[in-house]
Structure formats: structure tokens, C-alpha cells
Design a protein around this ligand. Structure first.
Ligand code: AKG
Ligand code: FE2
Length: 259
């Protein structure tokens, strides 16, 4: 079966239909990777993958790794689907991600992509937004682009996560495109810039980035899978579903040291 890739009516994202997991050959992998490079987030409606299939999809986009999330450092309470701790179970009500972020940017080598399957969808709400950080960079005025290229940011919250510096402008290793690689969730300072100067500058960049025009929004059905590229996107999971239960299963795949 041919893969049908249809861009969303938004700044980024595409849906993929026609994926049969037993037919994941080299040609289809290449098609998926090309679509990923182009659209940054791929959605597979109602794919309902088993744990093994979830890993197979994730492997298209990189090497699955054990996920360490700073706000979930209590690893003793983390639940996994599999024995190797690659598929993390997230109760979204108790672990809300309703802040703009890119996953685990506090790590020296942050995850390249995240692959989630939604298992329980609340009756109302629970959509997720993604944002195109290439576009966020492209739309900066030329002198601001130069300033951004000259800066390195500190990511992480001491006591909650590791902290590591990364370039503010990151070049995607596959597409060669530059993305503004900061996020309100994890970026806490700028290297060699005193706090009194860094804080307003960071707020300036966050405000410039967080534009509805740069986003897409997905309303979930049970069994949907989403894959996003942490090198060129941020995301925000809406916490608008009250006491209802929402559960996702997530695999992150390894990335490279940002450059
Ligand atoms: O639940 C979601 O839609 C995404 C939550 C999130 O930020 C993540 O899994 O990294
Ligand atoms: Fe996240």
C-alpha cells in the first residue's frame, strides 16, 4: 500500500495514512523520513500500535533511548510498558506539559524525536500544539538573527534536571536549516550574559517565537500516533480536560549534541 501524506492546514505537520507496519521497508522508511524533514511533525491517525510496533515506528526516526524527563525525576514512580524502560506511560493530568517546550533540552545530547501513542483520550479537550522553530528563526529581523547566532543558552532547572549550554540557533543535521532553539520550559539563562540582561532577552525571544501563526494543533482519537522533531519544533499539551483521564505512551529517540 502507498503512503498518503497530507499536510495539515497549518504552519507545520502532516498526516500519514496507509502505513502497514509489516510493510515498513527501506523505501517507505525513506518516504517517512523525507516527510518528517519537510513537515516536522507526522500524525498517524488511529494506528493503534502494539508496544513492538510502537518501537518499530520510533526506530524509523532514530535509536530509542530511556527517557529522563526533568519534571519526572522521581524515576521510581515512572511506569513503563516494556521491560527495557523505553516506552514511558504518562498520565497527562498528573504530569501536565502545558508550557512551550522541547523535550529534555537540559541534556547534553537531547532526544532527536519523540513518538507518542495516545491510549486514553478525555471526552473534551487534551489537544496538543506544535510550533515551527525554523519559522520562528526565519521571521527574526536580520540584526536579531545575528544576535541569536552569537548566543549560547543554558537549559535546565538546577535541582530538577541537569543543566547544559546549547547554541541559540541550531542547524538541523539533515535539512541544514537553522532553527531558533530556545524554549520557555527549560531555557533559564544565556552563557556569558548576566541575569539582569539575560532574562529580558530570553523573554524577548520566547515572545517572538510563541506565535499562533507558527503552530499546528491536533485533536486526538484513541490510537493516534504523533512523531515530532525536537530539533526544529516546540510543543504544548493543553491542560483543559479537568479531572478526566488522559494517557500517552512515549518513546524518545536519541539525537546529537546540538550545533
Ligand atoms: O501529551 C502530549 O500531547 C504531549 C506531552 C509532552 O510534552 C511529551 O510527551 O513530551
Ligand atoms: Fe514534551
Amino acid at each position: 500500500m502507498q503512503l498518503q501524506i497530507e499536510p495539515l492546514n497549518a504552519a507545520l505537520g502532516a498526516s500519514v495514512r496507509g502505513l502497514v507496519l509489516s510493510e515498513l521497508d527501506v523505501a517507505r522508511r525513506d518516504t517517512l523520513l523525507d516527510a518528517f524533514d519537510q513537515h516536522q511533525v507526522l500524525f498517524f491517525p488511529q494506528l493503534n500500535p502494539t508496544a513492538v510496533e510502537h518501537r518499530a515506528i520510533a526506530s524509523v526516526f532514530g535509536e530509542p533511548e530511556v527517557h529522563i524527563e526533568g519534571r519526572e525525576v522521581d524515576r521510581s514512580s515512572a511506569r513503563y510498558v516494556d521491560d527495557e524502560n523505553l516506552i514511558l506511560v504518562i498520565d497527562s493530568g498528573r504530569n501536565p506539559a502545558n508550557f512551550w517546550h522541547t523535550d529534555a533540552t537540559f541534556r547534553k545530547r537531547p532526544p532527536g524525536a519523540s513518538v507518542i501513542a495516545i491510549r486514553t483520550v478525555p471526552p473534551r479537550g487534551g489537544d496538543t500544539l506544535w510550533l515551527d522553530t525554523y519559522r520562528a528563526f526565519d521571521e527574526l529581523a536580520p540584526p536579531i538573527k545575528e544576535l541569536a547566532r552569537s548566543l549560547r543558552a543554558i537549559h535546565g532547572h538546577p535541582g530538577i534536571s541537569d543543566t547544559n549550554p546549547h547554541p541559540v540557533v541550531r542547524t538541523h543535521p539533515r535539512t541544514g536549516r537553522e532553527a531558533l532553539w530556545l524554549n520557555r520550559g527549560w531555557t533559564t539563562g544565556l552563557e556569558a550574559v548576566p541575569t539582569i540582561q539575560a532574562q529580558p532577552l530570553l523573554r524577548f525571544f520566547f515572545d517572538a517565537m510563541e506565535q499562533p501563526e507558527y503552530t499546528c494543533r491536533w485533536s486526538w482519537s484513541v490510537g493516534d500516533v504523533a512523531v515530532w522533531d525536537n530539533r526544529c519544533t516546540m510543543h504544548y499539551a493543553l491542560r483543559d480536560f479537568g479531572d478526566d483521564y488522559r494517557e500517552i505512551h512515549r518513546i524518545t529517540v536519541a539525537g546529537e549534541v546540538p550545533a
